[in-house]
Write a protein that binds this ligand. Structure first.
Ligand SMILES: Cc1ncc(C[n+]2csc(CCOP(=O)(O)OP(=O)(O)O)c2C)c(N)n1
Ligand SMILES: [Mg+2]
Length: 383
């Protein structure tokens, strides 16, 4: 594959910005602007053309994803998971986006994106290891090309850009997809990542799941941008808006953005409009900052219901598929309960592994102190 250099693509007709008196922009912003309305497929004539196999696959995965969210939240209440940021209401965004990637592409998720990670092929139980209180990720990021779930906001953005740029320099056609939230777009890492991505023409796609809130902070107090997709224009990449509860639309927009990146077209910022139906995590009380009628309005625009209605419209959802999807979801929930019922077998000393190639003096001292404490404790138990 030929590695393109973005400098080869400069348009000689555009006025260089440094010329005295030059007023024209260096890049025509019009093609970069998002459409006024988010893209919708389900419930529109375009739904008739959507691939039936894909729609049915999305349905099964969305149903399982919702059950997974519900079961994981229940496990926090039983003390079996430390915390869980549910993505109920956002299943379409996460699953359809992950399915738009090729197996050898890379996903860079945030803490809320467990369903995207599972859609990449990570074992559903291993995807929860971190949230179980284990210091390590729990899955091998290289096996499925899925980076660890990132808790510090937007730090996954420069990681994705770096990987995409490196892949391009190496001459392979891997694409990186970074997932983040509306609040994450206020972070410095988001700015630096997008700026570098556009300047370097890196094969990376940014998907912002705008679920209306950053914990208790509503979008109106987070950003004064016309839409978050408009932020793309300032960096010189296209911004696209999509209905994040429409799995077919998300899949279409992401597939187009990923292929564009793969073919040397550079990065895209996609804003998916969605809603976090549950609280931020089990440790949050969402009734303190939002009204029940707002939640109900979004529940009426539920991603699973939208997809089921569109499938029924085309006679693609029979009783058998409904029953199979429900059974798969229940089997997954039962596996989660069985696995998490037992205490994890943890070695506290593993805290010190994989931190530095050469542990620092301080870490060596701390490790020795912990080892001594564990030995003393073991002695008490054997007496
Ligand atoms: C750098 C950083 N600052 C603050 C936090 C604390 N924090 C955790 S989640 C969150 C809100 C993020 O909102 P958003 O990006 O919209 O994602 P959502 O939780 O809605 O999916 C904040 C401020 C953090 N994790 N990392
Ligand atoms: Mg948010």
């Amino acid at each position: 594959m030929t590695v393109l250099d973005h400098r080869d693509q400069a348009d000689p007709d555009l006025v260089p910005g440094w010329l005295p008196g030059a007023t024209a922009p260096r890049t025509d912003p019009a093609p970069l602007l998002p459409d006024a309305e988010p893209l919708r497929v389900l419930g529109t004539p375009a739904a008739d053309k959507a691939d039936p196999g894909l729609l049915r696959e999305l349905y099964r995965r969305l149903v399982a994803g919702r059950r997974y969210n519900q079961q994981a939240t229940t496990l926090t209440k039983q003390g079996r998971l430390a915390v869980y940021p549910a993505s109920t209401g956002q299943e379409a965004c996460q699953i359809a986006a992950a399915l738009a990637l090729r197996e050898d592409d890379w996903l860079f998720p945030s803490y809320r994106d467990t369903l995207a990670v599972v859609a990449r092929g990570v074992d559903p139980l291993q995807a929860l290891t971190l949230l179980r209180g284990n210091a390590h990720t729990g899955y091998d990021p290289r096996a499925t090309r899925t980076a660890p779930l990132c808790t510090p906001l937007a730090t996954q953005v420069p990681h994705a850009v770096g990987l995409a740029h490196a892949a391009r320099l190496a001459g392979d056609d891997t694409v990186a997809l970074a997932l983040l939230g509306d609040g994450g777009t206020s972070e410095g890492d988001f700015h630096e990542g997008l700026n570098f991505a556009a300047v370097l023409h890196a094969p990376v796609v940014f998907l912002v799941q705008n679920n209306g809130y950053a914990i208790s902070v509503p979008l109106t107090r987070q950003s004064a941008a016309p839409t978050l997709a408009h932020k793309a224009v300032g960096y010189g990449m296209p911004g696209r808006l999509v209905d994040g509860n429409d799995a077919a639309a998300v899949h279409q927009v992401l597939t187009e953005a990923v292929e564009r990146a793969r073919n040397g077209g550079g990065p895209t910022l996609v804003e998916a409009l969605t809603y976090r139906v549950e609280a931020h995590t089990n440790a949050d009380d969402a009734t303190r900052y939002r009204q029940a009628d707002e939640v109900a309005a979004w529940q009426a625009h539920d991603p699973i219901r939208l997809l089921a209605d569109a499938l029924r419209e085309r006679d693609l959802l029979d009783d058998q598929l409904v029953a199979e999807a429900a059974e798969e979801a229940e089997a997954l929930a039962a596996r989660m309960r069985a696995e998490f019922h037992a205490d994890p077998d943890l070695d506290p000393m593993s805290l010190f592994a994989h931190v530095y190639a050469e542990p620092t003096q301080q870490l060596r001292e701390q490790a020795a102190q912990l080892a001594a404490e564990l030995a003393a404790e073991a002695e008490v138990h054997t007496r």
